[in-house]
Design a protein around this ligand. Structure first.
Ligand code: GTP
Ligand code: MG
Length: 216
């Protein structure tokens, strides 16, 4: 390296800046007394369906805002808005995850005094979202019966960085001969104590237990 070479620790700069932005959002949520949950998971695991189910249960108790992370569409925001919930769309275009700066931008013109609970749906992806703090209280990862049996073993980092795991589409386990106990064992291999919930966002199975566990 010559004395004209500038060495940049990209990882430190990128992640450091993200952590700072996330801490600011966390303070803002705290100041407004807002509870907040980031919902991560692969494409199609049922993140939106879960948010819709939770909104049905919780919208009498909380004024809810949903931030929808999606590369290109407003489909998920529209689905959640159909439950009478306010939404903000974040189209990431090429990015495979939300980051704290995107959340700051999305909240810039929002009157947060109107809300008590924020759900963030992250971009459908079981890898990248886990690396980025958003300033939320809880990070949930949604896995489901339709992704096959190996998703936990292949993606342990996302599991490690989550506060709880939701196994969704439990209504399909029997018909697909899916071994739910083996999946739970895989989660236990990664983290012995991580709370695990078996739900069907579609039928409502397990949603009240999840709400209780979130303290909502
Ligand atoms: N049988 C069954 N189907 C479900 C359940 N949850 C979601 N689905 C279906 O699975 C499909 C995908 O659900 P979404 O909620 O769109 O999944 P998502 O994780 O938000 O998907 P992306 O936003 O595209 O990453 C839809 O057809 C849902 O109706 C469930 O508990 N049981
Ligand atoms: Mg969705």
């Amino acid at each position: 390296m010559t004395d004209k070479t500038v060495s940049i620790d990209i990882k430190k700069d990128l992640f450091g800046a993200n952590e700072e932005a996330a801490a600011i959002t966390a303070d803002i949520f705290k100041k407004h007394g807002i509870r907040s949950v980031d919902i991560m998971g692969s494409v199609g695991t049922g993140k939106t369906e879960l948010i819709e189910g939770l909104c049905e249960i919780l919208s009498k108790k909380y004024r809810i805002l949903m931030l929808a992370g999606d590369l290109a569409t407003t489909i998920d925001a529209d689905r959640v808005a159909s439950h009478g919930v306010d939404t903000v769309q974040i189209n990431t275009r090429t990015a495979c995850h939300l980051d704290a700066r995107m959340i700051q931008l999305a909240l810039k013109d929002v009157d947060l005094s109107k809300y008590q609970l924020v759900f963030i749906e992250n971009v459908g992806n079981l890898i990248c979202p886990a690396g980025y703090s958003l300033g939320v209280e809880k990070k949930i990862v949604v896995v489901s019966i339709t992704e096959g049996p190996y998703m936990i073993r292949k993606h342990p980092l996302t599991i490690k960085r989550s506060d709880m795991v939701v196994i969704n589409k439990i209504d399909l386990a029997e018909v697909l001969s899916f071994d739910v106990d083996a999946l739970v064992s895989d989660i236990r291999e990664v983290d012995e104590r991580l709370p695990v919930f078996k739900v069907s966002a579609k039928t409502g199975i397990g949603l009240t237990e999840l709400v209780d566990a979130l303290g909502l």
